[in-house]
Design a protein around this ligand. Structure first.
Ligand code: SAM
Length: 274
C-alpha cells in the first residue's frame, strides 16, 4: 500500500540535487546548475497554479483533454489498480482514471488507490480542491515529492503515469529508474509528453505559435510570460520520441512503444516492468 503525506506537513524532498554537486543542466534554453533547476521549476508552477487549467484549455483549444483521455484509454485501468500519477499537478489524470474506474463499478470500495505526487504544493492543493468539488473524498492520496526520489517502497504500484511532467525533472534517467523501482513486476509505465512534430511545414507554424503566441497568452492570462517561454523552450530540449524510448529501455522498462498525437506535438510512451 502506498503511503501519503499531506502537502503541508511533508518532509521536504523537493529541493534539488545533492549539495555541492557542480553538474549542469538546462532550464529551457538557459544553462543552470543542477541544484537550481527544481526550485526554478517549482517557482513556475507556484506562479501559474491558479490559472494552470484555464491556460491548458486556452493554449490547446481543449486538445490536451483528448491527449490525456488517450493515455487513460491506453492504460485501461481496472478495479484494484494501484496507480502513481507522478507530477500529477491539478489531478487531471487522477480524476480521469477515477471516472473510468467508476465506469467499471469501482467507486470508493477501497480496491483501487490513486496516488498523486507532485513537486509543487500549490498545484496539489488545486487538484485536491477540484476533487472535493466533484465529491471525491477518498480513493486519491496526495503527496508532495520529487519524481527522482519517490517516497515509496520498491514494487509498490501496479501502474505509473506521468503527463507533461518528465520534461520538467532535472534528471530524466533518474526519474525513469525511480518509476521502474516503484513498479511491481508486471506493472505499466505511461508517459504523455510534448514531443517532436513530424511534418516540417507544420513544425514552422508550431514554432511561431509556441514562441510568439504562448508567451503573450501567458502574460495576459496567467500574468507570467516567462513561464510560457519556459514551456516552449523546454519542449525543444526534451528528447524526441525514439530517444525517450531508448532511455526507457536503458532504465529497465520492457516492450517500449510510443504513439504520436496530433502529428507528434505530443506522444504517449508505454513500457512495462517485467
Ligand atoms: C505541466 S504540469 C503537468 C501537470 C499534470 N500532470 C497535467 O498533465 O496537467 C508539470 C507538473 O510537474 C511538476 N513537477 C515538476 N518537476 C517535478 C519533479 N521533479 N517531481 C515531481 N513533480 C514535478 C510540477 O510541479 C507541475 O505540477
Amino acid at each position: 500500500m502506498v503511503r501519503a503525506m499531506s502537502a503541508r506537513n511533508q518532509t521536504d524532498r523537493t529541493d534539488g540535487q545533492e549539495p555541492g554537486s557542480d553538474a549542469r543542466t538546462h532550464f529551457g534554453f538557459r544553462d543552470v546548475a543542477e541544484a537550481e533547476k527544481a526550485p526554478l521549476v517549482k517557482g513556475i508552477f507556484q506562479s501559474v497554479a491558479g490559472r494552470y487549467d484555464l491556460m491548458n484549455d486556452l493554449m490547446s483549444g481543449g486538445i490536451h483533454r483528448l491527449w490525456k483521455a488517450a493515455m487513460v484509454d491506453w492504460l485501461d485501468p481496472r478495479p484494484g489498480i494501484r496507480l502513481l500519477d507522478a507530477a500529477g499537478g491539478t489531478a487531471d489524470i487522477a480524476l480521469k482514471v477515477r471516472d473510468r474506474l467508476a465506469g467499471h463499478g469501482d467507486k470508493t470500495d477501497g480496491r483501487s488507490r490513486i496516488l498523486v505526487c507532485d513537486l509543487t504544493p500549490e498545484m496539489l492543493e488545486i487538484g485536491r480542491d477540484r476533487a472535493l468539488d466533484r465529491g471525491v473524498f477518498d480513493g486519491i492520496d496526495w503527496i508532495c515529492g520529487d519524481a527522482q526520489r519517490l517516497p515509496l517502497q520498491d514494487s509498490s504500484v501496479s501502474a505509473y503515469t506521468i503527463a507533461f511532467g518528465l520534461r520538467n525533472v532535472t534528471r530524466i534517467d533518474q526519474a525513469l529508474e525511480e518509476a521502474r523501482r516503484v513498479l511491481k513486476p508486471g506493472g505499466r509505465f505511461l508517459c504523455l509528453e510534448f514531443s517532436r512534430v513530424v511534418q516540417p511545414l507544420f513544425s514552422a507554424l508550431y514554432d511561431r505559435y509556441s514562441f510568439q503566441v504562448l508567451p503573450a497568452m501567458g502574460a495576459a492570462i496567467a500574468g507570467d510570460r516567462e513561464a510560457y517561454v519556459y514551456l516552449a523552450e523546454s519542449i525543444r530540449r526534451f528528447p524526441p520520441q525514439d530517444e525517450l524510448a531508448a532511455k526507457m529501455t536503458r532504465a529497465g522498462l520492457s516492450q517500449v512503444r510510443y504513439r504520436n498525437l496530433s502529428g507528434g506535438i505530443a506522444a504517449i510512451h508505454s513500457g512495462w516492468r517485467v
